[in-house]
Design a protein around this ligand. Structure first.
Ligand SMILES: [Fe+2]
Length: 325
């Protein structure tokens, strides 16, 4: 019998809301396709996220998973946070394809953003099963870095300017508002950018879900920040729970596509689906990721959104020098 099931943590949440749109189709059994979309934040390149959604729709996937950071966020006024979600949520809801959201730092970076997420979307971590595949949707934003008041204010001013002029770029807006020095401050190194924090209660929940779904063919761990790039005991506990099953980890946040091979699995850090240019190199692309589940095993294809489009094999983005920790 085909199984499609959502799992939420009853110990933590009492809500029937969730960060998803639409309803999973009844699995046909056997092979199927789905897609991942990535970050659109930091002043989305005009129209690129929408192009990504169109490309995802063309794949005719059974569902889409967003890896987080769909709004600029960092609002301290709940009304402005709602306004921004009011522009993005209908794009997802209107696709006619189920979309599952992962929470990102822009979506969840202030107390107001957290309150608005809870009000609109209920839970911030969850899991779902689609036939013989399991998805753990984690929240890496449980201890957000508090931004200094002036930085927060500058980001909010920039966001308001981008709402008025969506064709402008974030860095140009910051430069207009506060000069070259401020614009330079927003050029962060990868090390400065990555601050994942998974809460222990999530791992307790995932442990129960994994035990109840020991029979799946494959497990995807979806998280906004690439937690494998920083020493993290909580993430290591999750990896230990996954040890005896095939799995893939998918993250975003860095706006640079690269694949780390570790523990004989792939840890995919997606590039951008409209988001700000952060780092130069092969992985600095706007894309979505098509996943074809064949015989229970995922096959990935990088769908390019710029220029002539086209596709790349995901293996082109594997870091060949990476060593397992
Ligand atoms: Fe992010």
């Amino acid at each position: 019998m085909s199984i499609r099931k959502l799992f939420t943590d009853d110990n933590k949440f009492s809500t029937d809301k969730g960060p998803w749109f639409g309803e999973m189709p009844v699995p046909r059994g056997g092979d199927y396709d789905f897609a991942f979309i990535s970050d659109r934040t930091g002043g989305a390149v005009y129209g690129m996220f929408e192009k990504g959604l169109e490309a995802a729709k063309k794949l005719n996937p059974d569902f889409i998973v967003s890896i987080g950071d769909l709004v600029e966020g960092y609002w301290t006024d709940e009304a402005e946070a709602h306004e921004e979600w009011n522009r993005i949520d209908p794009l997802l809801a209107g696709l006619g394809i189920p979309v599952f959201q992962t929470v990102g730092n822009h979506d969840y970076g202030t107390e107001a953003m957290i309150r608005v997420w809870r009000e609109r979307k209920g839970v911030d971590y969850y899991a779902f099963r689609y036939d013989r595949t399991l998805f753990l949707i984690a929240n890496t934003e449980t201890a957000p870095l508090p931004l200094p008041e002036p930085a927060l204010e500058l980001i909010q001013q920039a966001n308001r300017a981008l709402i008025r002029n969506p064709q402008m770029l974030f860095n140009d807006v910051i430069r207009d508002l506060a000069g070259d020095y401020a614009a330079a401050l927003f050029k962060l190194s990868e090390d400065m950018l990555i601050h994942p924090h998974l809460s222990g209660e999530q791992i307790d929940f995932f442990e129960r879900v994994l035990a109840d779904n020991a029979d799946v063919d494959w497990t995807f761990v979806c998280m906004h920040q690439p937690a494998w790039k920083k020493p993290d005991k909580i993430f290591e506990r999750l990896e230990a729970l996954l040890m005896n099953r095939p799995y893939t980890v998918v993250a975003g946040h860095v706006h640079y596509l690269e694949v780390t091979e570790k523990l004989e699995r792939q840890y995919i850090q997606m590039g951008k689906t409209g988001g700000l240019h952060c780092f130069d190199g092969k992985g600095d692309i706007h894309h979505i990721l098509a996943v074809k589940m064949r015989g229970g095993v995922p096959h990935f294809e990088v769908i390019l959104l710029e220029g002539e489009g086209g596709t790349d094999p995901l293996d082109d983005y594997v870091i060949r020098t990476a060593q397992p920790r």
